[in-house]
Ligand binder design. Structure first.
Ligand SMILES: Nc1ncnc2c1ncn2[C@@H]1O[C@H](COP(=O)(O)OP(=O)(O)O)[C@@H](O)[C@H]1O
Ligand SMILES: [Mg+2]
Length: 412
């Protein structure tokens, strides 16, 4: 038998595993690394405790601004640059992973597995006539080679192959991270709202078959781009919401944007990316507004908050929303949070940290969980979320160059 299969069998029999989750989201701000201790696997069910996760260490590895620029301009890249980026981002993810292991005072031999999302360069936007396709760069083989650890990566492609949207994927891990015994008793559902580049929601349900989730539209994607332009490239986001707070909403433009948006009207399952809410959207809004200024930032911040509130009102009516738990970098933008709270009132809006889940680490933890489930042979795509024909095991495997038992990788 291949020593790799031996190794995987032995890993799958361990009661607890140390798994590293890696992701850079659509904001392409940094590589998030979560080193987790995961006991068991699966979603808790009567008679089965499911996986439990402990965050050992969270680490953020900065992206070079040159890489961020390439990611934001992905639509215009030639095939050679994309191929090179696949390798370069893989190397950066490996470096991020090794630095995090060092920061946690662990060695690579103590890590059982890596789950890596990679960096999205393209994701379709659920529009009629547009084929479903998604592309994440950051080659898992590069990560396996450089760390000496088994890697599971490229999670979205398998869901698309099964007829799904390929997104959002985190509803499965939210079932584990945010299990909600209160909602079960009251029939009021806990909603997890993630504010990355794109905003997505998970509507929790005690039955995994009824968990519901979808992308609502933009979160930080438009605000980051406008902040960059308004500051002559100095700001990568509307830091602390200062620009939005000093502007006034252009009410006519706001109504136009809300009314004319085809994605907001579409029923879930649906997912989107910066092909829809990126440079082209911002350009159209700026032309309609007549200039790029703080009023445009206030308007786009309100548009973002309204698009989230409308999505919950239209598509999550029954059972009703009991509370909203916010995670992701957008939760650190007080102007955006204030507008989400105002639009969602009286539903309470709480930070993920308040319920014991690190807001920054949530997505990286999700990909550690996905790798753990792939090892155990558990499907992690939820047809109720992505529309896939059937639940499938997500992710592709990459193995280190030699039998892990004989590998002695030392940290740089
Ligand atoms: N202090 C802050 N003020 C405003 N926005 C912030 C702040 N901190 C983080 N953000 C926003 O959070 C984004 C990163 O969030 P993240 O959850 O990492 O998104 P993604 O998953 O898309 O990478 C940044 O691009 C920025 O827009
Ligand atoms: Mg990020």
């Amino acid at each position: 038998m291949s020593p790799i299969i031996h190794r995987l069998l032995a890993l799958s029999e361990k009661p607890a595993r140390v798994v590293v989750g890696l992701i850079s989201g659509t904001s392409a701000d940094s590589i998030s690394v979560a080193i987790c201790r995961i006991r068991g696997g699966g979603v808790a069910m009567p008679g089965s405790p499911g996986a439990t996760v402990e965050l050992i260490c969270y680490y953020e590895h900065p992206y070079a601004s040159s890489v961020r620029r390439l990611v934001f301009g992905a639509a215009k890249l030639d095939v050679r640059t994309i191929a090179e980026l696949h390798v370069q981002v893989g190397e950066l993810f490996a470096e991020a992973c090794l630095n995090a292991i060092q920061a946690a005072k662990l060695t690579t031999e103590e890590i059982d597995l890596i789950g890596s999302h990679g960096q999205t360069l393209y994701h379709h936007s659920s529009m009629p006539g547009v084929p479903r396709a998604t592309l994440q760069v950051g080659d898992g083989d590069q990560i396996a080679e450089r760390t000496g650890i088994c890697v599971v990566s490229d999670f979205r492609a398998r869901d698309i192959a099964a007829g799904g949207e390929g997104a959002p994927l985190t509803p499965y891990s939210d079932l584990i991270l945010y299990a909600d015994p209160v909602g079960l008793a009251t029939n009021r559902r806990r909603v997890i709202l993630n504010l990355g580049g794109i905003a997505n929601v998970t509507v929790l349900d005690p039955d995994p078959n009824h968990v519901f989730g979808f992308d609502t539209g933009p979160a930080n994607s438009l605000l980051d781009r406008l902040a960059f332009q308004l500051s002559g490239g100095e700001l990568t986001c509307d830091l602390d919401g200062r620009l939005a707070r000093s502007g006034t909403v252009n009410a006519v433009l706001l109504e136009d944007l809300l009314k004319s948006d085809p994605f907001l009207k579409r029923r879930p399952p649906k997912s989107t990316g910066f092909e829809m809410y990126g440079d082209a959207f911002l350009e159209r809004a700026a032309v309609a507004h007549g200039r790029r200024d703080h009023d445009l930032m206030a308007t786009l911040t309100e548009f973002t908050a309204r698009s989230i509130a409308m999505a919950l009102e239209h598509f999550v009516a029954d059972p009703t929303v009991g509370e909203i738990i916010v995670a992701g970098g957008g939760s650190r933008n007080p102007a955006l949070m204030e507008r989400i709270r105002a639009n969602m009132s009286p539903v309470p809006v709480r930070d993920s940290e308040e319920v014991g889940v690190s807001s920054s680490a949530r997505e990286a933890m999700a990909f550690a969980l996905f790798a753990n489930e792939a090892l155990l042979g558990h499907p992690t795509s939820l047809p109720s979320v992505t529309g896939a024909r059937t639940p499938v095991i997500l992710g592709k495997w990459s193995f280190p160059s030699a039998s892990p038992a004989t590998l002695t990788i030392t940290l740089p």
